[in-house]
Design a protein around this ligand. Structure first.
Ligand code: ZN
Length: 144
């Protein structure tokens, strides 16, 4: 886990946002992001956590403000290599809260930074464009 101490951008270790982020990621397992149109280049996708992606996976769960399920590249596709470092926590610039995602979503980001076009914030409880997020502890925009 990396320290995120840049000038007030993240509050990962503060009581409020930090605890809720951890609690919620355990509760609902997967995070982040609505995929861009599913890849049409033959790559295989599945649901985060494994299994087939339900047809209504993009429906918003009113309890979390996140999607019912999230698409990821299959383990075989992810095993072909990453074009970015593995990172599993990003910070919402609008509110300063960091959100962690599941390993398969983080690996999908690393394998294809353009796979998703939105990310979930545990504080704002909704999906927002990637331009509102940076990888925790950096100024690097998520999706770039
Ligand atoms: Zn937020």
């Amino acid at each position: 886990m990396q320290q995120t101490t840049r000038g007030g951008i993240t509050r990962r270790f503060s009581i409020g946002a930090g605890i809720s982020a951890i609690t919620m990621s355990i509760a609902s397992r997967a995070w982040a992001t609505e995929p861009s149109p599913p890849p049409h280049d033959g790559r295989k996708i599945e649901a985060s956590g494994g299994g087939d992606l339900p047809p209504d996976y993009k429906n918003i769960d009113p309890k979390t403000g996140g999607q019912k399920a999230y698409a990821v590249l299959t383990p075989e596709e992810r095993a072909k290599g990453f074009v970015r470092p593995y990172r599993d926590t990003y910070t919402h610039l609008r509110c300063g809260t960091s959100t962690s995602m599941s390993k398969d979503i983080a690996e999908t980001f690393a394998a294809d930074p353009k796979f998703y076009n939105a990310a979930y914030c545990v504080h704002c409880r909704g999906l927002y464009p990637l331009k509102e997020f940076v990888w925790a502890g950096t100024n690097e925009m998520v999706g770039s």
